[in-house]
Design a protein around this ligand. Structure first.
Ligand SMILES: [Zn+2]
Length: 402
């Protein structure tokens, strides 16, 4: 696998050649090019060989100076199949606490009692069921990957195993939520316009969206968060702008989960009733984009050198967190047996293999046998949780953030 700046790569696009899919602006330029990355990040492969042979595609990250939107201009949606998808963070107590806080705030702020709640891209339906339980609401969840009963007995929820589309109207929803979906949508402007049309004249309907915060990715130089499945990356500015332009009033826009996510409460409004997004919501990220483009290769080279050094010293390393970030990290580094395995607390991932590099996913209980010298923590927010698990097993490896 090779990594190159756009100007050096065959697979990527030349600067200045792309049109922004969100605002139609022509000031967009490609600032990151990766020739080949695995495509099926959430897929759990049954063998290392299958994981290594899985589909690949190029990434050309483009930035629009006009609306701050960042997207993969080389994205091909046909390469993706969301048949099996388990990147749920639900197993982490830190994440559960975070989610409970959101549920409590939304129920309180929008008086969600006895209402109908629509969740677009609900996954297993955890969030939807929490919202329903907290306010005696009823819920309809849309997700083509939903497993399990569509009408679970004794629970106030119904699931539709399909993408949400206009044919469902707004499904009678008083409140519409969608978490970690918009970053998977290649034309998020059209998607939001479709949702706005489905709401129609029912202005006042609140929508709540949550997406990864590209400002944190840029600021922390989190190059591993660039993954094929995420074709759209939002800053506060581009998120405020895209909702505003598609007929929503931006009521609240904040970051959450240590700044990793952007949370937007928007209200379907008549075009003349929308307030223009506030100044701080329209802050340019041009400087951060430039810095990220410059530091991208340097960061990868530094990690490759570190892995090579560990290998020569006979040090055993493992990663913790078999999510999308680990797939990005391991594949951008072209990591092999320098990393003995990837630990994850999600029991469904145990014994499966990560896309691209084919690293095996281990349960924490397998660590005493592995006895790694170093553990690379994929997401620093879990550092405390991980330290506690290690102490419980009388293990004291060096911990490093990816
Ligand atoms: Zn734009």
């Amino acid at each position: 696998m090779t990594i190159a700046h756009a100007t050096q790569s065959q697979a990527t696009l030349k600067p200045g050649t792309c049109e922004c899919p969100v605002c139609g602006g022509h000031d967009a330029f490609v600032f990151i090019g990766i020739d080949s990355m695995p495509v099926l990040i959430g897929h759990q492969f049954g063998s290392a060989a299958a994981a290594r042979d899985s589909a690949r595609g190029p990434i050309s990250l483009a930035y629009c100076a006009q609306c701050s939107f960042i997207w993969n201009a080389a994205f091909n949606p046909n390469l993706l199949v969301y048949d099996q998808y388990d990147n749920s963070l639900h197993y982490s107590s830190v994440f559960q606490e975070y989610t409970q806080g959101i549920v409590a705030r939304l129920v309180n702020a929008y008086n969600l009692h006895g209402k109908t709640i629509v969740d677009i891209g609900c996954g297993g339906g955890d969030f939807l069921e929490m919202l329903c339980a907290s306010g005696n609401n009823r819920g309809i969840g849309f997700d083509p990957t939903h497993e399990g009963d569509l009408n679970p007995a004794g629970r106030p929820v119904t699931f539709v195993r399909d993408m949400f589309s206009e044919v469902y109207g707004c499904a009678g929803g008083d409140f519409i939520c969608s978490r970690y979906v918009l970053e998977h949508v290649p034309d998020p402007g059209a998607f939001l316009a479709m949702i706005r049309r489905s709401i129609g004249k029912r202005t006042g309907t609140v929508v709540y969206f949550e997406v990864p915060n590209v400002e944190l990715i840029l600021r922390d130089l989190s190059v591993w968060d660039i993954i094929y499945e995420h074709c759209s990356y939002f800053s506060a500015a581009s998120l405020a702008r895209i909702f505003y332009d598609r007929g929503f009033h931006v009521h609240r826009l904040a970051d959450g989960y240590g700044g990793q996510f952007l949370c937007i409460d928007a209200i379907a409004s008549a075009m003349e009733d929308r307030r223009t997004p506030r100044h701080h919501e329209l802050k340019s990220i041009a400087g951060e984009v430039e810095l990220f483009g410059n530091e991208f290769e340097r960061r990868i080279a530094a990690w490759r050198a570190r892995l090579a050094e560990w290998k020569s010293l006979g040090k055993r390393a493992a990663a913790w967190g078999a999510g999308a970030k680990a797939v990005g990290f391991l594949n951008m580094l072209g990591a092999g047996d320098e990393i003995a395995g990837v630990i994850d607390i999600n029991p469904n991932k145990r014994g499966t293999f990560l896309a691209g590099t084919g690293h095996r996913v281990l349960a924490p209980e397998e660590l005493p046998a592995l006895r790694p010298d170093t553990i690379i923590i994929m997401n620093p927010i879990y550092a405390g949780e991980i330290r506690e698990r290690l102490r419980g097993m009388n293990l004291d490896p060096e911990l490093m953030e990816a």
